[in-house]
Design a protein around this ligand. Structure first.
Ligand SMILES: Cc1cc2nc3c(=O)[nH]c(=O)nc-3n(C[C@H](O)[C@H](O)[C@H](O)COP(=O)(O)OP(=O)(O)OC[C@H]3O[C@@H](n4cnc5c(N)ncnc54)[C@H](O)[C@@H]3O)c2cc1C
Length: 374
């Protein structure tokens, strides 16, 4: 069957690999004219790395990814460690895959390398979607059109596919903005640079997350502040590093040293949506941020999109014309409860603050989770 995928981000590319492995002909429609090196980080926890392994991209990722040794929580003023979870080899033994931290562009490149030439159509901005006919059809801003046997909306938090299916409904601003920076490791003289560390602030709007990138040669730094008057979403818009440092003035010297090392930061508002009760209409379904966007406080947005992709491929294995509706129901059933729990958990922002068992998130296997009959 011919399946179209709107959006060539992490979820769309992973889905293209997974649906290809399931025996379908796939095309990915991406609005960008090229993949630029933006966005900096992605933290892939063992559940996502295991899913990527099943798609055949694990070896490629290892070229540039770092393997954090631990996942540590620290208190903002005293620096006290409130939890320390062993990752790397311990996670690999326990979950069958390690945690990997990688530049977003390197992950996208590894996914693209796994796809045959011509699958990803760059410069294909979805302009209109017609779900009224026998088969879904899409019109692009470049004047091209496609009619496909089934359509997957992997087009992010502002998904035009979701709007075509369920009508317009805007994401909600959380009141928080995120700052992100990558610094050379040699500029930092603080402990735990090989670990994923979260500094928990006195209030939920203040937190710093840091982890290694580029095989540990660089350090990624993420922080948030409450700012009701800033609503822009962007991977590239520059923020004011002094403004960020001021917000963290009372933090432990090792936390402040992280921000002091940043020459520049990008700044983006954080948005969410409520869990979506239904993901599919006829021969069209959704995946990733298009159906379950979340705040990044469990670092699971991309991980959930990758899991979706693997489960969707399994649900659509050997499915023909008549089978899409049932296959999409099986996919939805397998995924909805888990992704809603992670969406809500992310918003709660308590994940591994005081330790606890990470198995329900990290131990999930997208390759084995049961698919109920429709
Ligand atoms: C600050 C921050 C930090 C994060 N950190 C992590 C982390 O550590 N780990 C993690 O797992 N997740 C993280 N996430 C979440 C993660 O980035 C997203 O969940 C993930 O990118 C979702 O993938 P996706 O493919 O569903 O959507 P997207 O990555 O948004 O991709 C959607 C794609 O669709 C394309 N598109 C959109 N509209 C159209 C159109 N009209 N026509 C054609 N193409 C279109 C876009 O150009 C884009 O390429 C973070 C998010 C934020 C904001």
């Amino acid at each position: 069957m011919k399946i179209g995928i709107n959006g060539g981000g992490i979820g769309g590319l992973a889905a293209a690999i997974s649906l290809g492995l399931a025996g379908h002909e796939v095309e990915v429609y991406e609005q960008a004219s090229d993949y630029k090196r933006v966005g900096a980080d992605i933290n892939l926890t063992p559940n996502a790395v295991a899913a990527l392994k099943s798609l055949g991209v694990f070896d490629d990722l290892q070229e540039t990814a770092a393997r954090p040794t631990h996942r540590i929580s620290r208190t903002w003023d005293t620096g006290e460690e409130t939890s320390r979870l062993e990752m790397a080899n311990a996670a690999e033994e326990k979950y069958g895959a390690p945690q990997l931290t990688i530049h977003r562009a390197d992950l996208l490149q590894a996914l693209r390398r796994q796809l045959p030439e011509g699958v990803v159509k760059l410069g294909f901005r979805v302009d209109a979607i017609d779900l009224g006919g026998d088969k879904p059809s899409v019109r692009f801003a470049n004047g091209e059109t496609r009619t496909v046997d089934a359509l997957v909306g992997a087009d992010g938090i502002h998904s035009p596919t979701r709007t075509a299916m369920f009508g317009p409904e805007h994401p909600q601003f959380t009141g928080l903005v995120s700052y992100r920076a990558v610094v050379d490791r040699s500029k930092l003289n603080v402990p735990n640079l090989d670990a994923f560390t979260k500094w928990w602030g006195p209030t939920p709007d203040l937190q710093i997350v840091t982890f290694p990138l580029n095989r540990g040669r660089e350090t990624f730094i993420f922080a948030t502040t409450a700012q009701d008057d800033w609503r822009h979403e962007s991977w590239t818009m520059e923020g004011d590093v002094e403004e960020l440092r001021r917000a963290y003035a009372g933090f432990h010297p090792e936390a402040r040293a992280l921000l002091d090392a940043c020459d520049s930061v990008t700044k983006s508002a954080l948005y969410i949506r409520e869990p979506l009760p239904q993901w599919s209409v006829g021969r069209t379904t959704l995946l990733g941020d298009a159906c379950h966007p979340m705040v990044p406080f469990m670092a699971q947005g991309a991980c959930m999109a990758i899991e979706d992709a693997v489960v969707l491929g399994r649900a659509l294995r050997s499915v023909g014309e008549a089978g899409f509706a049932g296959a999409f129901k099986r996919y939805e059933r397998a995924r909805k409860e888990r992704t809603a729990k992670v969406q809500i958990g992310s918003r709660g922002n308590e994940w591994l603050k005081q330790g606890g068992n990470a198995d329900w998130v990290y131990g999930y296997s997208a390759s084995d989770v049961p698919l109920e009959a429709a």
